[in-house]
Ligand binder design. Structure first.
Ligand code: ADP
Ligand code: MG
Length: 788
């Protein structure tokens, strides 16, 4: 027999008898084959088949006839026992009819040493081997289980130290790595053959007592005697250990008691035996059939308890005990059929190696200690004896914290690396410092811009979160300062909400702004200060006046620049000024072109108007001068207040000159009036175009950037205010012209102020109102000096 065979090894043992049925049972000389010759049952067969003989041939591992207990052990069990000591599970089972010699084979005679069976011999072998294998430390435990009528009985429960459990508390269990075991079954450590045999006999006694008290036959129960062996190497400090078990199974009688008309207890026993043996056969059949995935082990306690002892990684041996008499030939045939089926079951024996976690931990601890010692020696050699490899103490951590702080503020140039643990602690301190810095910056930002820190609740703010907050804050801050309103004002709140409604286009603008470095608080301040130096038409009328110094052409240039009060934002739609520029060269280019043409025409007309005004005023002054001369001549010649010319008539030349001057005045005045009408008309065209451009831009901006109505109005007004610069410039021009006449000064000043006030109320101002109404804001022709 091979110790690690891949098939269940099957033997047949024939109980010695004086009436051996030679003609029915033939054992061939090869020692492995048994032939059965059997007449068919005459009662069930047709007459034609009466007396017909049939033969069956069974080839097994060995046919044990008239073989001593010693020889049986040597052939059947010894290799399995040795395999168990090597770490393989082993199972030896005796199967057969009641009285066929199963118990004799398994346990043998308890009175005769020579006739002792497999179990005592196996125990002897185990302890002899334990003595021999000095390189391993073995521990042996025993258990003895009986299964009677599907009830689990611990045959060693009477021993001291055994848990006194009722059979109900015993359950067949299965655990990964541990395999099948019986919960509640007592395990008894044994250190010698004698101790082990004591337990065996104790169990046998309990079995017999049980049979008497319960009035049952020992052949009606299955008994499993298990030797649990663990071995650890004495030479290697290995966490590995081997755990195996040897199951020695004495099965209940296989005869079909149900057919013999059993009653009462006998019938019940027969039913259970039939059931368990029937399922044992089914399990064996399933195990023998490679195509079957499922083996019904759990259907009875017996098969479940033997699950890993029948197939799997186990060395399994079956001894089929049969009678030699003719009277038992049917049961003999049945037993041999079961044996031949068992032969088909394949096994895959493997050593049951386990890892002892406690030993593994000890081993690793020892290894760590050894490495620390080695490092310590190394550090001593390289003059670094102060280094320790223990977890850093509070004092050491405080020192590292202080070092990092010094390093960050520049007072320490470098931090010396001492150990990996120290490097990790330094990094941890850096991380902490960064986090603290972030919190500080965040707090400063909030304080500086008087913002509600929306992320205050996030105690564990990450760098990313901070950056987001930073960007958001910067946008809001610039907007708030640009509009000159508090961040908490409804307008600003609305602005914030509109910021969220940004589109792809706005992101393009953002990227432009980011390139200008407006995302950082520093650049933001720069932007702020820049915006303060620029004239603010709404807030600072004085500055506005300065801007009016520029000519109308430069106003066009101004128009194309972002107004100073427009937000320069990193996280919001582009400012209206920027968007307006885009619009003028894009969608609104046509109307913008017309506007420019109209403006050019207006400029030309204004220039002409200025010339004509100057001409008219010059003529007027000449008229005045001529008139004064004529008056003077009249007084001089007439004396005493009487009016006489030298010739009795006033100087005709002067009078003629005066007449011509007046005619010229009237002609120039008419031309001036025409030009003024043209200027008005051109102004109207410009205003119309501007209005259209703005309204179209407004719609476009709304659609493109989803701005709220309120924001649009604010920005529109600002743009309007800029546009208004052109108008103001005209007013200023008129003022300059009229200022030449001192009497017109008060009037002109008052009018100019009114105009400015109107401009400062630009929020309700529209070009249409300005040009169509006849109210105080209506533009008038420049006043012409009256001609008397
Ligand atoms: P089983 O356990 O199968 O019911 P037993 O082992 O109890 O049968 O055997 C019944 C009787 O037959 C016992 O008295 C036993 O001593 C005897 N016997 C069985 N086999 C042998 C054998 N090989 N040599 C001598 N006696 C045997
Ligand atoms: Mg028996």
């Amino acid at each position: 027999m091979k110790a690690h065979s891949s098939e269940v090894t099957v033997f047949v043992r024939i109980r010695p008898t004086a009436n051996f049925a030679k003609d029915l049972i033939e054992c061939l000389p090869d020692g492995q084959t048994v032939n059965i010759y059997h007449k068919k049952d005459c009662r069930k067969l047709h007459d034609s088949k009466k007396g017909q003989r049939s033969s069956w041939s069974f080839r097994l591992q060995g046919v044990l006839q008239d073989v001593s207990q010693e020889e049986v052990y040597a052939q059947v069990c010894q290799r399995v026992v040795l395999g168990t000591l090597d770490g393989y599970n082993g199972t030896v089972m005796c199967f057969g009819q009641t009285g066929a010699g199963k118990t004799y084979t398994m346990t043998g005679s308890t009175e005769s040493y020579k006739q002792r069976g497999i179990i005592p011999r196996a125990l002897q072998e185990v302890f002899q081997e334990v003595e021999k294998r000095t390189e391993h430390a073995f521990s042996v435990h025993l258990s003895y289980l009986e299964i009677y009528n599907e009830t689990l009985v611990d045959l060693l429960s009477s021993l001291q130290g055994s848990p006194h459990l009722s059979p109900r508390d015993m359950v067949v269990m299965e655990e990964p790595g541990r395999g099948v075991f019986i919960r509640g079954l007592s395990l008894h450590p044994v250190h010698s053959e004698e101790e082990a045999l004591n337990l065996l006999f104790e169990g046998e006694m309990n079995r017999i007592i049980g049979c008497h008290t319960l009035n049952r036959n020992s052949s009606r129960s299955h008994c499993i005697f298990t030797v649990h062996i663990e071995s650890r190497s004495r030479t290697l400090s290995d966490a590995k250990y081997i755990a195996s078990k040897l199951n020695l199974v004495d099965l209940a009688g296989s005869e079909r008691l149900g057919k013999t008309g059993s009653e009462g207890q006998m019938l019940k026993e027969a039913m259970y035996i039939n059931k368990s043996l029937s399922f044992l056969e089914q399990a064996i059949l399933a195990l023998g059939d490679r195509r079957r995935d499922h083996v019904p082990f759990r259907q009875t306690k017996l098969t479940h308890a033997l699950k890993d002892s029948l197939g799997g990684n186990c060395n399994t041996v079956l001894v089929a005990n049969i009678y030699g008499e003719a009277a038992q030939i049917k049961e003999t045939l049945s037993t041999l059929r079961f044996a031949s089926r068992m032969k088909c079951v394949r096994t895959d024996p493997a050593v049951n190696e386990h890892m002892d976690p406690a030993i593994q931990i000890k081993k690793l601890q020892k290894e760590v200690q050894r490495l620390k010692e080695e490092l310590s020696i190394y550090n001593t050699l390289v003059n670094r004896p102060s280094i320790t490899y223990e977890p850093l103490s509070e004092a050491q951590l405080a020192e590292i914290h202080s070092q990092v702080q010094s390093y960050l503020n520049g007072s320490l140039k470098e931090i010396s690396i001492i150990s990996i643990r120290q490097v990790q602690a330094v990094f941890a301190q850096f991380k902490l410092a960064v986090h603290e810095q972030e919190q500080k910056v965040k707090a400063q930002l909030c304080q500086t811009y008087n913002l509600v820190n929306r992320d205050q609740t996030a105690n564990t703010a990450t760098i990313k979160t901070l950056k987001e907050l930073d960007t958001r804050s910067s946008t809001e801050d610039v907007e708030a300062s640009s509009f000159g309103v508090a961040a908490q004002s409804p307008k600003n709140t609305q602005r914030s909400s509109s910021t969220k409604a940004k589109t792809k286009k706005s992101r393009e603008k953002q990227s432009q702004n980011k390139r200008q470095g407006e995302g950082s608080p520093v650049s933001r301040k720069r932007v702020e200060s820049a915006s303060k130096t620029k004239p603010n038409p709404v807030q600072t009328p004085e500055k506005e006046q300065e801007s009016q110094e520029a000519d109308t052409e430069s106003q066009d240039t101004q128009e194309s620049q972002p107004p100073a009060n427009e937000p320069l934002q990193t996280d919001s739609p582009p400012s209206k000024a920027e968007a307006f520029e885009d619009f003028k060269i894009g969608q609104g280019s046509h109307i913008n072109c017309i506007l420019k043409e109209n403006k050019a025409m207006l400029l030309e007309r204004r220039s002409l108007l200025r010339q004509l005004t100057e001409e008219v005023n010059t003529v007027k002054r000449e008229i005045d001068c001529t008139t004064a001369t004529i008056q003077q001549q009249k007084y001089m010649t007439g004396g005493q207040g009487q009016y006489f010319s030298m010739e009795g008539e006033p100087d005709a030349t002067l009078l003629l000159q005066l007449r011509e001057l007046k005619a010229h005045y009237r002609q120039r005045y008419k031309a001036l009036r025409d030009i003024k009408a043209e200027v008005n008309y051109c102004q109207h065209l410009v205003d119309q175009c501007r209005l259209r451009l703005l309204s179209e831009f407004e719609n476009w901006y709304k659609k493109s950037f989803l701005l709220t109505e309120e924001e649009l109005n604010v920005n529109l007004d600002k743009t309007e205010a800029q546009e208004e610069d052109g108008q103001q410039c005209l007013e200023r021009l008129q003022f300059e012209l009229l200022a030449e006449d001192p009497s017109a000064e008060s009037f002109c000043n008052a009018r100019y102020r009114t105009q400015k006030r109107r401009n400062s109320r630009a929020l309700s101002f529209t070009p249409v109102q300005r040009n169509t109404s006849a109210g105080p804001g209506q533009r008038r022709l420049p006043p012409i000096l009256p001609v008397t």
